[in-house]
Write a protein that binds this ligand. Sequence first.
Ligand code: NAD
Length: 363
Amino acid sequence: MLIKINLFDFTLINKLIRLGYEVEIESGAGIHAQATDIDYEAAGAKISKDVLSTSDVILSVQPLTAAQFGKVKKGAVTISFLSPTGAADSVAAAANAGATAFSLELVPRISRAQSMDALTSQALCAGYKAALIGAELSPRFFPLLMTAAGTVTPAQVLVLGAGVAGLQAIATARRLGAVVSAYDVRLSSADEVKSMGATFIELELESLEGSGGYAREMTEERAAKQRELLKPYITKSNVIITTAAVPGRPAPRLVTKEMMSDLAPGSVIIDLASETGGNVEGSVAGETITTETGVIIWGGKDVPSSLPFHASSLFSRNVVNLLTLITKPAADGNPVSLNIDFADEIVKASVLAHDGVKQGASA
Ligand code: NAD
């Protein structure tokens, strides 16, 4: 079985080859993660310019485009991020091509699937980076310092959205010595926030627990009330990190321009939700903006790729774990083969196209 894989983890390549898989890497795929074609060849992979038409399984970070799906063989399997709403063209093209397409966003949050959960591994990278960028852009120290020239008070960091990325941002800001508080619409995150040494902000609002550990969308009335109640916490913070998301919906608006006008000059806002609509009014993905009143707004864009070594390494383990769920290694003289159990809970939830038909969340 030939696999196109544009990720890197050399030990994984060795492991796959030992199990009987043939691995081909797109030339130059690892260059931003300090992995050269020569490294991949040394690990036993072949380097290719285009293996779309020959591979049985294609692993990638981004979904194949509709044009790329036009080149894959009938029955090929793809594993990548593939949003049923955000990448609807790719899903339709996968079905037209007779490919079996798996979406990493839809891997269910059950314990058996934790090792395949790429949303979690990438959110971990993004949260860590968010705290570091906040510290970098802030004109203040994060820790308390007692110096001969006087005492430096610690930075006040506020994290809005205490899921995977938010908790990692809290942990990182705490390690740098900041005083951290956090809010999430899921009351169940309060203990996790406190266990990181941060203060959980409790507002007099109902908890919005959804299914699978995610939040529910809120009404505009509740959103306005939440903004009003959070305003005093926002305006006294030196660095605000926003990570709030609701699956399949635009990011909730948590910080408005009107709130920003009350922030001290030099305050920093890190918006990790910039690419999905923004938690912060006026944030632009990939840009750092300074407002007229001196507030710095940083809009996140493909943030995990700014930590390429570990983002790639964790991601590749996630996809290879999913790959091994749907394939059978070579044994007793038989080559590696596909072994997709469509009744399996993980397969059922994450497959979006099979045998010419859209499946599950895209059907
Ligand atoms: P996410 O990226 O969808 O959202 C980030 C956070 O934003 C969530 O905590 C959400 O509650 C919060 N949020 C949404 N709207 C908000 C608003 N208006 N104001 C403030 N906060 C808001 O979520 P995520 O980080 O991927 O996961 C959330 C939780 O799921 C985790 O904390 C964890 O408990 C759970 N989880 C479970 C598994 C598993 O069991 N395998 C894996 C990963 C995560």
